[in-house]
Design a protein around this ligand. Structure first.
Ligand code: HEC
Ligand code: HEC
Length: 358
């Protein structure tokens, strides 16, 4: 009797290895999620045809950490987007795909993307939904066809059910993968840095004197040396607002002959050398910096703005006016960096909702 029982268990186990999605099985409607609006942040913008749900986000989180989406089952989105580093690629200037191919851009942090409407450093993709499947097929990244990826997911015991819960039936499609990944990424918010706590209650959560001084220099207009006005680094023009980005594409003076950048989208030579102005939230953990990871440290970034802005046709006017440089002292630079570290959000960096489900 015992043997028969074990044998039948074996067969049940065997059959469970070869599941097939059951398109007829029905699931209850997924539960809606509303992202809380945090003080000083604008309300989250969610696409009308893809409202966030508990089950949709959960499926997206699984897909984000799913290595089966790559050609040889070794790489997931998370391989190049590590939560502990604001979803950047482990201190590397460029990322390596499954074939060993090395990319040409620095991996980007992932948070607060409900407020972004163009994706990648050059803005070449207009929606997150269109963006999220590209790394799977990119031969220099995960290098897998969507057809194969879908097939692999269908063969698991896990995914047909997760798709069922998120979308009402077990059918796995490209569009559903894209929508679930979009939901997960939209759900990732960074709103709880030291600076946020200070804004909400400056008495309970004050900034130090050095951080305050750094913030003031960051927010102040450039003062030409000898003007008698207090020193200003003019950072807020591009990295202003509570999101710490004006959400635009600008040329911040990296090169005399700038790389293509946003002109790839507009075909306008006036946009050569313009790249997505990154949010400075969590910038303390996202190095190396810039679209090509050329600066290893924040000290190098500050020295760039202070004294090494390269003139070119499309250099932003707010940097052109600085001419001979900002004239920041070592102390001024250290103070700005101390302020930038107040934008590190350990709640977000450790949020269990964004961690691997595996
Ligand atoms: C091999 C490394 C690698 C993998 C794997 C990878 N990414 Fe990326 N990711 C990058 C790089 C590099 C960039 C910047 C590329 C550029 O600008 O050309 C980027 C940019 C992004 C952006 C744009 C963010 C913004 O602010 O514009 C999103 C969103 C994103 N990745 C999501 C994903 C998702 C979802 C997956 C999995 C399906 C994934 N990535 C897999 C390296 C990777
Ligand atoms: C004219 C707009 C502009 C101004 C002014 C500006 N920035 Fe930037 N910043 C950018 C752009 C655009 C990038 C990305 C450029 C690239 O990679 O090609 C950037 C990148 C950065 C980065 C790297 C972020 C990352 O994730 O790689 C830091 C740090 C930074 N800026 C800090 C500052 C500070 C501090 C100031 C003031 C001294 C400042 N910025 C002034 C537009 C600007």
């Amino acid at each position: 009797m015992k043997h028969v029982f074990l044998l039948s268990l074996f067969f049940v186990g065997f059959m469970a290895c070869k599941p097939e999605p059951n398109p007829k099985k029905e699931y209850p409607a997924p539960r809606p999620v509303t992202l809380a609006t945090k003080p000083f942040f604008p309300p989250a913008v969610i696409p009308a045809d893809n409202p966030l749900t508990v089950e949709g986000i959960e499926l997206g989180r699984h897909l984000f950490y799913e290595k089966k989406l790559s050609g040889d089952n070794t790489q997931s989105c998370a391989s190049c987007h590590n939560q502990e580093l604001a979803f950047t690629d482990n201190g590397k200037p460029f990322s390596t795909g499954i074939t060993g191919a090395v990319g040409v851009r620095n991996s980007m942090p992932l948070f607060n993307l409900t407020w972004t409407n163009r994706f990648f450093w050059d803005g070449r993709v207009p929606t997150l939904r269109a963006q999220v499947l590209l790394p799977i097929e990119d031969p220099t990244e995960m290098h897998e066809s969507l057809e194969n990826a879908i097939h692999k997911l269908e063969q698991t015991a896990l995914y047909p059910e997760l798709f069922g819960k998120a979308f009402g039936d077990e059918v796995v499609t490209e569009e559903r993968m894209a929508k679930a990944l979009e939901q997960f990424i939209l759900s990732i918010q960074s709103t709880d840095s030291k600076f946020d706590k200070f804004r909400v209650n400056p008495v309970l959560s004050p900034l130090s004197l050095q951080e305050t001084r750094g913030f003031n220099i960051f927010m102040r207009e450039f003062s030409p040396p000898g003007s008698g006005r207090p020193v200003g680094a003019d950072c807020f023009h591009c990295h202003g607002t509570h999101l710490f980005t004006a959400n635009n594409f600008t040329n911040n003076g990296l090169d005399e002959s700038p790389a293509v950048g946003f002109s790839i989208v507009t075909n306008d030579p006036n946009d050569i050398g313009k790249f997505k102005t990154p949010s400075l939230r969590n910038v303390g953990v996202t190095g190396p910096y810039m679209h090509d990871g050329r600066f290893a440290t924040l000290e190098e970034v500050l020295e760039h703005y202070n004294a090494h802005i390269k003139q070119s046709q499309t250099l932003d006017v707010s940097l052109k006016s600085q001419g001979m440089g900002l004239g920041l002292t070592t102390q001024d630079k250290a103070d700005i960096i101390a302020f930038l570290h107040t934008l590190t959000d350990s709640v977000y960096l450790n949020n269990p909702a964004y961690k691997s489900p595996f």
